[in-house]
Design a protein. Structure first.
Length: 156
């Protein structure tokens, strides 16, 4: 799945540069796609930058992604959570920002705008919880102080 996103983003860049490659036209129409043999082809509104491609391609369990404002850290994190939820049924992910306004303006905004509705069963606005079609969940939250993290420990 990750490999497909990386291949499609490269093909889209090559297509814009004047080269032709398989999948480039499809990537231009709807963005990169999530696809495994035998699965539904899903287009995402996401064309990763080179640093985002490195982030997604890394096999490391713990990855760091730094950079200036607008470098794509938040969107890469969100799309990685979408990929993890799609690839691993029953997984629970938690995406955090420092404050609720930051959460609303970034992660939740990108989620509502860029993640196709048919990929998930429900999004519970009051809980900021996504239920994916395969039983995985993604929770969006915020931690203004280190003590705020306790509200997420052991939560289901």
């Amino acid at each position: 799945m990750k490999e497909w996103i990386l291949e499609e983003s490269r093909a889209a860049r090559d297509d814009r540069a004047g080269s032709s490659g398989s999948g480039a036209a499809d990537a231009q129409k709807g963005g990169p796609a999530i696809h495994e043999p035998g699965e539904l082809l899903v287009h995402l509104n996401y064309e990763p930058f080179p640093k985002q491609c490195q982030f997604h391609a890394s096999p490391a369990k713990y990855r760091l992604f730094g950079g200036a404002a607008g470098s794509g850290k938040t969107k890469a994190l969100l799309m990685e959570a979408v990929l993890q939820a799609a690839q691993h049924p029953g997984v629970n992910t938690l995406l955090l920002r420092r404050t609720f306004p930051e959460l609303e303006a970034s992660l939740l905004h990108y989620f509502r705008r860029d993640v196709p509705r048919h990929l998930y069963v429900a999004f519970h606005e009051s809980k900021h919880l996504v239920e994916w079609t395969n039983g995985s969940t993604t929770r969006f939250g915020y931690c203004a102080s280190e003590h705020d993290v306790y509200q997420y420990q052991g939560a289901e």
